[in-house]
Design a protein around this ligand. Structure first.
Ligand code: ATP
Ligand code: MG
Length: 565
């Protein structure tokens, strides 16, 4: 296709509002434009990239027996009320009323609709298993739409759903999806981890996320280099390394005037912060609760929430009201409040608050002095030990590109999606649900593959394979050679963008680097003088000169060798 007839509005400057690399480059290379916060238009090149990704997704979904369908984007409230999610989900759901004042919502996912459809259409075990999928728009009124297309309020999702007769069937459908997802991300040229994840609002037994490592990611994963343990930080576990414990044999009050924070206390006493114990008061549905953690550890909100339900940190005056103690000197001894301690504290001897202003207590052995419920409530930090093998754990920022869930029967029970088994007994269909964000794949690909000059697209999802440039279209000989090459490459079905614009060479080359199409073929003065065109590999920036007459077979050979990266 000719650049001169396409809409490719490239920009020289970085857009002011964009921080993530992918955001900057997608705007600068004219792939997308923002209509409103988290709402984007895809221009021709952006559309081509999504289309490539969707094709790969379709091929892999079809390969595991998926059947493509299209479900409505607007849903009646009743279905969401029947599963309880109408009330459970808050402001993230776009809600509206139709002219008859009936409640409706814009679909943020489609479990309810699938269960409704299965309830209508599936009768017998003979019709199972089924895998249904769609590539369709979703709406979520995200609290912080940012980073370009990584988190938007309207976005494309490939969502699929498996319907099985039992848990064993679900495990098989889940395994099929896990493999298909691996192939999809591999074919899209992404580096990724498969990690254990928290099912969250979906509910259900187990789930995995597919995570593309990138500094732009909003999620974090904990990884063990030794045994391959990999989990979202939202549920990851670790064993913090133990410090050498001193031989503090009895409880001793020590003055610590003005030292409130862990840093202040450990500096003042000249001890390892890992020998301190911090006491944090939170307010739960049942009232105040004291959470105990080693000084160097952070409270993991989700883990605590799983144990005690919703909670919030206590205010300064609430701490004073329930304990009579100033924040900074709170400790676990002699208070009539329930205690939840991190399991790392089960061993060792610590310095803790003494529940008296300006004073700490040395020699606290939680295992002996504190009656607490012990559980894992700390956030994994790099350098801790793996719970599976003792290996070293690292923590990395990642972009979630896909998520798979074993749902079980929550939705089928609520919406009466049942089948008759071999003995004629009615049983709920066992469901799985599987999502992928094509736009996130595109953005993650840029995050993982770019340089100072622009994107470097994996060839499998690049908008074009070849970027043909005629350096000076005002030069009649050069122009006609460019046109001739364009025709012969097109005749050989090479997917190509032809920069036939009347622009300065510098502009054309900068644009070519910015777009990041895998190979640039340049028709310049050497083509006229020596009959040679220059072929540049966008990734390595290596140039080679090829005789004009050999260009087509040379390019065909290059493209057939490309392995997706
Ligand atoms: P996140 O935790 O990032 O909000 P999620 O867990 O809510 O995502 P899922 O419901 O699992 O997302 O959706 C499946 C896939 O859809 C995600 O893995 C991601 O690729 C994509 N996706 C989800 N939310 C968005 C969004 N706001 N913008 C773009 N893509 C999204
Ligand atoms: Mg998710």
């Amino acid at each position: 296709m000719r650049w001169s007839s396409l809409l490719i509005p490239t920009l020289r400057e970085d857009p002011a509002e964009a921080e993530a690399v992918s955001h900057r480059l997608m705007i600068r290379s004219g792939l997308v434009r923002q209509l409103a916060a988290g709402i984007y238009c895809y221009l021709p090149l952006g559309h081509r990239i999504l289309d490539k990704i969707n094709t790969i997704i379709r091929e892999e979904m079809n390969r595991i027996g998926g059947q493509e369908i299209t479900l409505p984007a607007i849903h009646p409230a009743e279905l969401w009320q029947q599963t309880g999610r109408w009330a459970e989900i808050g402001e993230e759901m776009f809600r509206l009323k139709d002219r008859g004042r009936r409640d409706m919502c814009l679909g943020m996912t489609h479990e309810e609709i699938i269960a409704w459809l299965a309830a209508k259409e599936i009768r017998s075990y003979r019709e199972l298993p089924q895998i249904w999928y769609q590539i369709q728009v979703k709406f979520r009124d995200e609290a912080r739409p940012k980073s370009g297309v990584l988190r938007t309020r309207e976005f494309l999702m490939k969502d699929s759903y498996s319907l099985d007769v039992d848990e064993e069937g679900l495990r098989q459908s889940y395994a099929l999806h896990k493999e298909a997802y691996g192939r999809i991300f591999e074919r899209c040229g992404l580096t990724f981890y498969v990690v254990e994840s928290d099912p969250g609002m979906m509910g259900g037994a187990g789930s995995h996320e597919f995570m593309a490592p990138s500094p732009a990611g909003e999620d974090e994963v904990a990884l063990c280099g030794s045994c391959g343990y990999a989990a979202n930080i939202e549920l990851a576990a670790s064993r913090p390394a133990l410090p050498t414990f001193p031989s503090w044999s009895s409880l001793e009050e020590i003055p610590t005037p003005g030292a409130r924070t862990i840093e202040e206390v450990s500096t003042f006493l000249q001890i390892d912060p890992r020998l301190t114990l911090k006491t944090l008061m939170v307010m739960t549905g049942d009232g105040p609760l004291l959470c105990l953690l080693r000084g160097d550890q952070q409270l993991h909100e989700r883990k605590v929430q799983h144990l005690v339900g919703p909670f919030r940190p206590a205010h300064r005056d609430e701490v004073k009201e329930f304990t009579g103690v100033e924040v900074g000197f709170l400790g676990p001894l002699n208070l009539e409040l329930p205690l939840l301690a991190d399991e790392a504290l089960a061993e060792g001897v610590y310095v803790a608050g003494a529940n008296r202003e300006g004073t700490h207590l040395r020699g606290v052995v939680p295992g002996k002095h504190v009656r607490a419920r012990y559980a894992d409530i700390h956030r994994v930090q790099a350098g801790e030990a793996c719970v599976k093998c003792g290996g070293l754990v690292t923590v990395e920022p990642v972009i979630e590109v896909g998520n798979i869930f074993q749902l079980g029967t929550r939705y089928s029970t609520a919406l009466k999606a049942v089948y008759l088994d071999e003995r004629g007994q009615e049983r709920p269909i066992v469901m799985g649900s599987y999502g992928i964000g094509p736009a996130r794949i595109a953005a993650a690909a840029i995050e993982q593959s770019h340089d100072r000059d622009g994107a470097i697209w994996p060839s499998s999802i690049a908008p074009f394979q070849i970027h043909l440039v005629t350096v000076n279209v005002k030069d009649a000989a050069m122009r006609s050679l460019g046109e001739e090459l364009y025709r012969s490459l097109a005749a050989a079905h090479v997917e190509m963008l032809y920069d036939d614009r009347d622009e300065r060479p510098g502009v054309k080359f900068k644009d070519a680097d910015l777009l990041g199409i895998p190979y640039r073929v340049t028709v310049g003065s050497r083509a006229i003088k020596d009959g040679q065109v220059e072929i540049r590999n966008r990734r390595t920036k290596a140039d080679s000169m090829v005789p004009v007459a050999d260009t087509v077979p040379h390019i065909q050979a290059l493209l057939s060798r490309t392995d997706g990266k």
